[in-house]
Design a protein around this ligand. Structure first.
Ligand code: GLU
Length: 462
């Protein structure tokens, strides 16, 4: 079978991780089956659909690397929809319903009088005429590829509305016509559409189309298990790009929300996922979207980048002057890598002058911080700092690279205790307990500042 899947978002707002996970699963499934993947913008709700949201959807899919083979806009297909609506009317599957009459009949059935109040409601609530589907009131049965056997008695759906006029199909009809015309074989979508499926199947049957396979994916939940919403951390996916997440990490994480590979692997490329994916391994219960976990993946992906790759991804986040000082920037890469979860975090490491914050300003620290906790003796700490000062003073400015500094200090540290020697040095240079290793810090601040800071520390201990 030539598999064709689609992603059919409505451009009525910014889409979040849950929507793109749906797109991802549809994309993966089509690729796994060497089929195609279609993007359909469902923009028939003219009041709520906006170009800005449509652009954002396209932008997001591009960023994530989910290429579609074809794109269509539902609003461009009005003529086709009208043709099918007419066909349904002509074949007796649908009819033009006088809504005012219908309301009267319903009210009468309920034994209510059509007093002033309810006729006011009618005028407010509906149009004079709409097009309704003549419900055969039967049981609809389908095998969902994720949820299994589903039965639904459609009687309760009544003669549901399929269009407000020939030119205004509602979602249920437009989606069926477009999916059928495109030959969509597998409809992979969010579980919130499961209750719409019986209507859709009735329409497929009435139009004489082959009913596709359905796979309804469980919803994404916030960490407190409520439905993922904007307020609860469901950002537009492009915001992750702005914050400096890597699309590979986002894809990897999204794929594991409600799905797991056949083995223990956690780090998977899109290619790996396509090879191993199976709808049977998609779970039925909701999956939790946790930004902390996403950050963990992102760190992992950042760690794997070569220095060149790191450098090119970091460009938009580093201060102006570093763009023209690539040697300086290269020195910083190991340190930045260690400190950031996203490339956007780089910005927090620099102060307003574009200087690395911890280098430019030395934090005011208490002399007790200079003491190594396993041997808190100020006389020893002072002696080691004096020794480090002497060693570093003998080096030329050009020798202030992490490697040369380490070679210079290491033998003394090994003989006299690494903690005893390097701890006071670390504090002397940065004033912080959590800081890069002292060799890196020393190379970054250079000879003059290094000696000044060690001197200050010695005085504190005197
Ligand atoms: N346009 C619908 C939505 O955004 C999706 C329709 C579907 O996937 O069948 O919810």
């Amino acid at each position: 079978m030539n598999v064709i899947t689609r992603f059919a978002p409505s451009p009525t707002g910014y889409l979040h991780a849950g929507n793109y996970r749906t797109a991802l699963f549809a994309y993966i499934f089509s690729h796994q089956n060497k089929g195609s993947f279609i993007l359909r913008i469902e923009d028939t709700d003219k009041d709520r659909s906006k170009k800005e949201y449509e652009d954002n959807i396209i932008d997001s899919l591009n960023w994530l690397g989910l290429k579609y083979d074809k794109m269509e806009r539902q609003s461009d297909r009005a003529d086709i929809h009208a043709k099918y609506i007419q066909k349904l009317i002509d074949s007796g599957h649908a009819y033009i319903s006088n809504e005012i009459e219908r309301q009267k009949i319903n009210d009468a059935k309920l034994g209510e009088s059509t007093d002033g109040e309810s006729s006011k409601n009618i005028k407010k609530a509906s149009r004079d005429t709409v097009i309704r589907f003549k419900n055969p009131n039967k049981k609809v049965v389908f095998e969902d590829l994720i949820r299994g056997h589903i039965e639904f008695d459609t009687t309760e759906l009544d003669d549901f509305v399929i269009a407000r006029s020939l030119n205004e199909p509602v979602f249920h009809l437009a989606v069926v016509i477009d999916d059928a015309e495109e030959g969509i074989t597998h409809i992979i979508r969010g579980e919130d559409h499961i209750s719409n499926t019986p209507r859709h199947i009735l329409l497929y049957e009435a139009l004489g189309f082959v009913v596709p396979q359905y796979a309804h994916i469980p919803l994404l939940l916030s960490t407190d298990r409520s439905k993922l919403s904007k307020r609860k951390g469901a950002l537009p996916i492009t915001e992750y790009r702005q914050r400096g997440f890597m699309p590979e990490a986002v894809i990897n994480y999204l794929s594991l929300l409600g799905w797991h590979p056949s083995d223990e692997r956690e780090i998977l490329s899109l290619e790996d996922i396509i090879k191993d994916f199976s709808l049977e391994r998609v779970q039925k219960s909701g999956a939790i979207f946790d930004e902390e976990k996403l950050l963990w993946f992102n760190r992992g992906y950042i760690a794997k980048l070569t220095d060149d790759q790191f450098s090119s991804q970091a460009q938009t986040f580093i201060p102006e002057w570093l763009h023209t000082h690539s040697d300086q920037f290269k020195k910083l890469i190991p340190l930045l890598r260690e400190k950031i979860g996203t490339f956007g975090d780089i910005q927090k490491l620099f102060d307003a002058n574009g200087e690395l914050a911890f280098i430019n300003t030395i934090y005011n620290y208490d002399s007790s911080m200079l003491l190594w906790k396993k041997n808190p003796d100020p006389i020893i700490a002072k002696k080691h700092l004096e020794e480090s000062y002497k060693t570093l003073n003998e080096k030329a400015e050009s020798e202030f690279t992490p490697d040369i500094i380490k070679q210079a200090l290491w033998p003394y540290a090994e003989t006299n205790g690494k903690g005893d020697v390097l701890w006071p040095l670390r504090i002397a240079i940065t004033g912080q307990e959590r800081s890069p290793d002292p060799f890196t810090s020393i190379s970054l601040i250079g000879k003059e500042k290094t000696l000044q800071r060690i001197d200050t520390a010695i005085k504190k201990l005197s």
